[in-house]
Design a binder for this molecule. Sequence first.
Ligand SMILES: CC(C)(COP(=O)(O)OP(=O)(O)OC[C@H]1O[C@@H](n2cnc3c(N)ncnc32)[C@H](O)[C@@H]1OP(=O)(O)O)[C@@H](O)C(=O)NCCC(=O)NCCS
Length: 329
Amino acid sequence: MASRIRVGIAGTGSYLPERAVPNSYFEEFLDTSNEWIVQRTGIRERRFAADDQATSDLSLEAARRALEAAGIQPSDLDLIVLGTLTPDYLLPSTACLVQDRLGAKNAGAFDCNAACTGFLTALHTGEAFVAAGRARRVLVIGAETLSRFVDYTDRSSAIIFGDAAGAAVLMPHEDCGQGEVLKTHLGADGSGYDFIHMPGGGSRKPPTPESLAAGDHFIKMRGREVFRFAVEHMSEMIQLMLEGEDPEELTLIVPHQVNRRIIDSALDRLEMTDEKVAINIQDYGNTSAATVPVAFDEAARAGRLEKGKLVVLVAFGAGLTWGATLIRW
Ligand SMILES: CC(C)(COP(=O)(O)OP(=O)(O)OC[C@H]1O[C@@H](n2cnc3c(N)ncnc32)[C@H](O)[C@@H]1OP(=O)(O)O)[C@@H](O)C(=O)NCCC(=O)NCCS
């Protein structure tokens, strides 16, 4: 068997739609308040895509920024893997729309749906292609337009979600000299499929006037159960990534931004403070597959990643799914 190629992250990019939606927006039509939302979730505002923007539009902007940061052209790409639960269409994949508009004429393209673990699933897939020598330049994206799938009559879920996209370019470490992917882990437990799900619109319950009227194509969430699952898996994944590593080497944890209290509870379990944690949930809410790549890109651009030091990415979500990545920047 050929030896494994070391894989690096050559560049990152992100895009947030312009429209900022403060908590007060929900006070107008839901029995909720800014105080409740801030206290129970840490969210102050989120971004909503413009009417003419869908997931591929957000992805395209993030992708262009990641390619620029990596210093490569769209035609250099061999593969595009896009994690989303809110594709432009059920068919074809959003990755193909991005491939076309980017002009990535030499790239294969497909979507993966692992909900909030979507970016890490795309990253680990791309990493495996490069490591095996099957591709040399891979664009991985996590992007969502959740505002289109939120039930605005459900106060516990409507206030949580936002729209965004984040991307990264992978290549052999010898070509970019940074961001080596050291460890990856993905897990799933489909017995919890209905903790967070959209019951309508798929092959089990195709859309009908009745299913649309019942709101079956909106996100349904068992918030308290998700909360428990999230705290447990976030702390376990961080522990797994740091096993055998010197804690002094850790420079940043980039967690899925699901609820500020979930992040704090996981840190408590690990007896860690938030000093080395990237947190932007106050500004963007939960953007599912986009939270990790957006926070990662913001941290990179803010100079929070120290050369040679360790970074942990960690996410979990519907499926149920979970995943983590250890990177030496
Ligand atoms: C949804 C979530 C914010 C609810 O917070 P919580 O502290 O767990 O609140 P609970 O569900 O225990 O509800 C407590 C009360 O607040 C109420 N409540 C829920 N949302 C509210 C809102 N926006 N405003 C005011 N009250 C609200 C509930 O109705 C409940 O009232 P009750 O006691 O009269 O029944 C929290 O569980 C969460 O973030 N879960 C993770 C969900 C998630 O992000 N999933 C996405 C995929 S990873």
